[in-house]
Design a protein around this ligand. Structure first.
Ligand SMILES: Cc1ncc(COP(=O)(O)O)c(C=O)c1O
Length: 427
């Protein structure tokens, strides 16, 4: 007997850690084991194409100084939720600057892009449902109201449909799961399927959710077409600009801006501050009604410590670089096109280089892991994506371009990928 009185030998009560070890062994045999490996400040001298540092700003002196000055003035942390500890002038300045830059009516900063996505989808689904006559206790944060619900009840937000692209980022997928609404997953970039899901719905309200630039393939979503369909069916369009902000559109203003839709009230955008502007944090961009809904009800805003001042300072400095160097976004996209043509020139399959991301599908997880090691042996650090990040059979290498890649860097990429190609089994 254990100290708690349970019998570890009872069927179904086996050692939990033994179960974890078994599950790990089966992940290992499926080629899905992952490990954390140390890195030096300069990536061990490898050419780093694995990160999301799309503009090469992560070590920029202006961003580092922005972070240091903000920490000196405001302290190491935000000290609590902004609703409790108060919101700093620094956070407000970042929100104004983000809205101005992207042409959005307003912005709200979160401590990560992941949490911005959770907030946007869950809070909007609940508010749209409440707006259709549902009970106000839907917003309750108490465990009690959750425990009162029976498992046979329909989804809490039954008057909202969420239509989500099959290749959306995990944070949007998790947000849809948490939204307690029916979710229709539509085939990748399939506007007709979105239209059909909206037309056939019985729910009063709907939200169409898509990445702007898909995180593994780098392909752009059909934003204008999706907006046309969403508006035609009275739905909100939520676009995650994580891989578009800083890279796509004039000076990096994003895919919604590039589509001429920045001021549309029925589009909500989320961004991350951790990729092109190389720091940490996220934001939701949208109409004042959207922002107020999030402040009042989004759990990942209300119950989360505000973004650290250093991250706000770095983001403000990063945004300033985007404004003063508008050519960077265009140069990142040009470098991506060059990498894509190296990939396809070698006979490997290249994704569409709509932003800074280029990926090449290799099939099995083992093939992708071997290819990553081959690239490392040739001095290049690339990312390797395996299930569940990609569908089964879609394991791939992902290379991220940035403006400061030199011609010599691209030649090294060519040599590394040629070695990958040479290792491929002949058909
Ligand atoms: C498409 C997309 N959305 C959201 C996120 C989450 O952003 P963050 O890293 O700031 O939490 C990521 C990050 O990997 C992403 O790729």
């Amino acid at each position: 007997m254990t100290r708690e009185g349970g019998d570890p030998n009872r069927p179904g009560r086996r050692d939990a850690l033994a179960r974890l070890r078994e599950a790990e062994a089966s992940r290992r045999s499926a080629g899905l084991h992952r490990s954390l490996h140390p890195r030096s400040p300069r990536h061990d001298g490898l050419l780093d194409l694995a990160s999301n540092d799309y503009l090469g700003l992560s070590r920029d002196a202006r961003l580092i100084e922005g972070a240091v000055n903000a920490a000196r003035h405001w302290g190491a942390g935000a000290t609590g939720s902004r609703l409790v500890s108060g919101t700093t002038a620094l956070h407000a300045a970042l929100e104004t600057a983000l809205a101005d830059f992207t042409g959005a009516p307003a912005a709200l900063v979160f401590s990560s892009g992941y949490l911005a996505n959770l907030a946007a989808v869950t809070a909007l689904a609940a508010a749209l449902s409440a707006g259709s006559g549902a009970r106000a206790d839907r917003y309750s944060s108490s465990q009690l109201s959750a425990s009162k619900r029976s498992s046979t009840e329909p989804p809490a937000n039954a008057s909202v449909l969420i239509v989500s692209d099959a290749a959306n980022h995990a944070s949007l997928i998790d947000a849809c799961r948490l939204a307690k609404a029916r979710v229709a997953v539509t085939p990748h970039r399939d506007v007709a399927a979105v239209q059909e899901a909206l037309a056939r719905r019985s729910e009063q309200s709907a939200i169409v959710v898509t990445d702007a630039v898909f995180s593994v393939s780098g392909a752009l979503a059909p934003i204008a077409e999706l907006h046309g369909v969403a508006r035609g069916h009275g739905a909100l369009l939520l676009v995650d600009e994580a891989h578009a902000f800083g890279v796509v559109g004039r000076g990096g203003r994003g895919a919604v801006y590039a589509a001429g839709l920045a001021a549309e009230p029925d589009i909500v955008r989320t961004i991350t501050l951790s990729k092109a502007i190389a720091g940490q944090g996220g934001a939701v961009l949208g109409a004042p009604e959207v922002i107020q809904t999030l402040v009042d009800t989004a759990r990942s805003f209300i119950f989360d410590t505000g973004l650290a001042p250093a991250s706000v300072g770095a983001a403000l400095a990063g945004l300033d670089v985007l404004i003063t160097s508008p050519e960077l976004a265009c140069m990142a996209r040009e470098r991506a096109r060059q990498i894509a043509s190296i990939v396809s020139g070698l006979g490997l399959r290249s994704s569409r280089p709509d932003a800074a991301i280029v990926s090449t599908t290799l099939g099995t997880p083992e093939a992708a892991v071997t290819a990553r090691s081959t690239c490392a042996a040739h001095g290049i650090r690339v990312a390797c994506f395996r299930p569940p990040s990609v569908p089964s059979g879609g394991s791939c290498l992902r290379l991220a371009a940035r403006p400061n890649l030199t011609d010599a860097d691209l030649e090294a990429v060519g040599r590394g990928l040629a070695a990958v190609h040479a290792q491929r089994p002949r058909a």
